[in-house]
Design a protein around this ligand. Structure first.
Ligand SMILES: NC(=O)c1ccc[n+]([C@@H]2O[C@H](COP(=O)([O-])OP(=O)(O)OC[C@H]3O[C@@H](n4cnc5c(N)ncnc54)[C@H](O)[C@@H]3O)[C@@H](O)[C@H]2O)c1
Ligand SMILES: [Zn+2]
Length: 349
């Protein structure tokens, strides 16, 4: 089992455990505490079996373990779900000493994290991500929240005490979801781990899952430990997201696909601003993973408008994360002609 620690200043705030078949050992993987009495396992319908296994193993060890179901996917990320789950915890007699375990994809861990941050002003939260996107991105880094009109409009920075990643639980995701997570895992490699990039070059989408997860989590954990609340290097995690978010909204493609397209655009910006020489190599790699490298037809003016609205903008203009080389990220403020060339390259005119 691998153990990756996330720190804030001198303090250890969170710990990620990665292994195979470890979900049944969850009671042993809870931080040791003598005052904990109850554990609620918040779960999506698709992974209910895993949640029930966890609840059972808790009961076998004399703890009170209850399963609290939430709706599937994005539909769970609402204040209404927070309210109904909180009422359920209250009915179960949950106190501030008790523990929430959130099991499922990024939607479930975002919701469970927010519930953990707000129920009785905060209780211990453990998350068990079961998608690749959840494991390498959503569950790591302490951003929690729900949607309300805007995506993630209401939320909190709150690290789970532990993130428990069972690679066997992630392995069952369908191919399109594997691709979603692969876009973010590749991004992690591109900004911080050349060996992860090499893994994808060698094995394509079938790159060994446990090593992919471990390497991608390490990149995110390192960045977050340096910059918990997003002022500096945490921006590197936005590689591919400046154009990507705009394409996601305007063209309605999935987040992972949009990030893939956005990384192609960022390759052009990098080539023109910091002399990145591996633009076409990066594009071929993205395509070889079955991810798109061109945007569906969308209005260029709409993309420009969305990028200007984006939070990744500061006083100096639109902020782009680019690469000097694989593993060497930088932030630049490209001129309009450079942005134009980047959009051209992904088929937006
Ligand atoms: N907090 C963050 O920093 C952060 C970062 C990235 C994404 N996110 C959030 O994560 C969410 C997207 O993540 P996601 O794609 O994992 O979402 P998701 O939770 O909606 O999962 C996608 C689908 O996979 C199913 N699923 C989960 N585990 C499975 C398994 N083992 N086998 C088969 N199916 C399974 C789910 O039931 C769901 O239908 C979004 O809400 C996004 O905002 C958060
Ligand atoms: Zn993303």
């Amino acid at each position: 089992m691998q153990r990756i620690v996330i720190t804030e200043g001198p303090d250890r705030v969170s710990e990620v455990l990665i292994g195979s078949g470890i979900v049944g050992d969850l009671p042993e993987l809870l931080p040791s505490r003598s005052d904990r009495q109850r554990v609620a396992v918040i779960t999506q319908p698709t992974v209910r079996e895993i949640a029930e296994r966890i609840a059972e193993s808790l009961q076998n060890r004399g703890l009170f373990g209850a399963v609290v179901p939430i709706p599937d996917g994005e539909a769970a990320k609402t204040l209404a779900t927070v309210e109904s789950a909180a009422l359920r915890l209250n009915d179960l007699g949950f106190s501030r000493r008790d523990t929430i375990v959130g099991v499922g994809g990024g939607a479930a861990t975002d919701l469970a994290g927010f519930l953990g941050a707000t129920y009785l002003r905060g209780v211990e939260c453990i998350v068990v991500p079961t998608t690749l996107l959840g494991a390498v991105d959503a569950a790591v880094g302490g951003k929690t929240g729900v949607n309300a009109g805007g995506k993630n409009l209401i939320g909190a920075f709150a690290h789970p005490t532990r993130v428990v990643i069972d690679v066997e639980a992630v392995r069952t995701i369908p191919l399109d979801m594997l691709r979603q997570g692969t876009a973010e895992a590749l991004k992690a490699g591109l900004i911080g781990d050349r060996e992860l990039v090499d893994l994808y070059r060698r094995y394509g989408i079938d790159a060994p899952l446990e090593e992919v997860i471990e390497r991608a989590v390490r990149v995110k954990a390192d960045v977050v430990s340096q910059d918990f609340r997003e002022g500096g290097v945490r921006a590197y995690l936005n590689y591919g997201h400046t154009v990507g978010h705009a394409v996601e909204i305007a063209a309605g493609v999935s987040h992972g696909e949009a990030v893939a397209i956005g990384m192609v655009a960022a390759g052009v910006v990098g080539e023109r601003t910091v002399g990145f020489t591996r633009r076409s190599e990066q594009e071929q790699l993205i395509a070889s993973l079955g991810l798109p490298v061109r945007s569906p037809s969308v209005d260029g003016a709409e993309i420009a408008r969305l990028m200007a609205l984006d939070k990744k903008r500061d006083d100096a203009g639109i902020r782009f994360v680019v690469l000097e080389d694989f593993g060497v990220p930088r932030v630049v403020h490209p001129d309009a002609a450079t942005v134009r060339a980047a959009l051209d390259a992904i088929g937006i005119d």
